[in-house]
Design a binder for this molecule. Structure first.
Ligand SMILES: [Zn+2]
Ligand SMILES: [Zn+2]
Ligand SMILES: [Zn+2]
Length: 299
């Protein structure tokens, strides 16, 4: 076993697995080789904010006026790189700016977790990736609700090829329970989110066996979803705010789910302007942290 899980006090805080063999051979180890050829699963938090974003328009609260960059949250979205396969989850209203900020230049698979505006509004900017794929339609994996929202918002893009060079084109596909790629698998499960369901996603990289779960926008995490996430090195959970909410888990509910799943580290996302990063980080239970825009995890 060349890796061990980091102890909670181990710097850096985002390290989940660490080489545990004799020092100092990381650069010459199998792990080091994987790292340097870019074959370790990476998760980039493009956005970690709730639907209004943080700061919120016309709000002078302590979080909205904070100088801490971790309190500036664009709408929730992640980018996962699994053995070189680039998977984009959701396209927020800031999707283009998020791609530029995080230097996202490749996108192979797109998954829309559900059709709410804060996850779908940036989809027109996927046009650039249709172009980079030679003017072909990008497959959009989503739920039935997601399919009807894309049809309503982007009717001009439901086509096999862009109607004009540089335009978006989408092929809409029902997300299956398991998507298999040479680089790994993506399992999906349904999470209750008010009147609709959100796709909960679990990524497993084939070469390393590393597992990562993303459960944003949900009021509950059903037993099957808890079971599906077992063994993940990192789990991301919807943890909106301190007060209860009818369609999202609050921080206390998310902490209960984090304990049920039992991952070494759980990150909370979809955060409102009521959650100041520094103050709340100190109050969270062991193993639970707040995500922030630009956070990168190498699993
Ligand atoms: Zn949302
Ligand atoms: Zn505010
Ligand atoms: Zn939502």
């Amino acid at each position: 076993m060349i890796f061990r899980q980091c102890a909670p006090a181990d710097p850096p805080r985002n390290c989940i697995w660490r080489y545990a063999g004799p020092p100092p051979p990381f650069a010459f180890s199998f792990a080091g080789l994987l790292y340097f050829v870019g074959r370790i699963m990476e998760v980039i938090f493009l956005g970690t904010g709730t639907s209004q974003g943080v700061p919120m328009i016309a709000c002078d609260c302590a979080v909205c006026t904070s100088a801490d960059p971790r309190n500036r949250r664009t709408r929730a979205s992640i980018h996962v790189v699994m053995d070189g396969l680039h998977i984009q989850v959701d396209a927020s209203p800031e999707f283009r700016l998020q791609c530029l900020r995080e230097n996202v230049t490749q996108l192979d698979v797109f998954i829309l977790t559900h059709g709410h505006n804060d996850h779908i509004a940036g989809m027109d900017d996927l046009r650039r990736f249709c172009d980079l794929h030679g003017g072909t339609a990008l497959t959009v994996y989503t739920t039935g609700e997601g399919i009807s929202r894309v049809q309503a918002m982007f009717p001009y893009a439901i086509t096999e090829r862009p109607v004009s060079k540089g335009y978006a084109a989408f092929k809409l596909v029902d997300m299956p329970p398991v998507l298999e790629f040479p680089q790994g698998t993506i399992h999906s499960t349904l999470l209750p989110h008010g009147g609709i369901n959100t796709l909960g996603l679990v990524f497993t990289e084939k070469s390393s066996g590393r597992k990562f779960a993303y459960y944003s926008d949900c009021k509950q995490v059903p037993r099957e979803a808890v079971a599906l996430a077992q063994g993940a090195g990192v789990v991301v959970l919807d943890g909106l705010r301190e007060e209860p909410h009818p369609t999202h888990m609050n921080i206390a509910e998310a902490c209960v789910v984090a304990a049920e799943i039992g991952a070494p580290v759980s990150y909370l996302t979809h955060l409102t302007h009521r959650i100041g990063h520094e103050g709340w980080s100190a109050k969270l239970p062991h193993g639970v942290q707040l995500a922030y825009d630009g956070l990168r995890l190498k699993l």
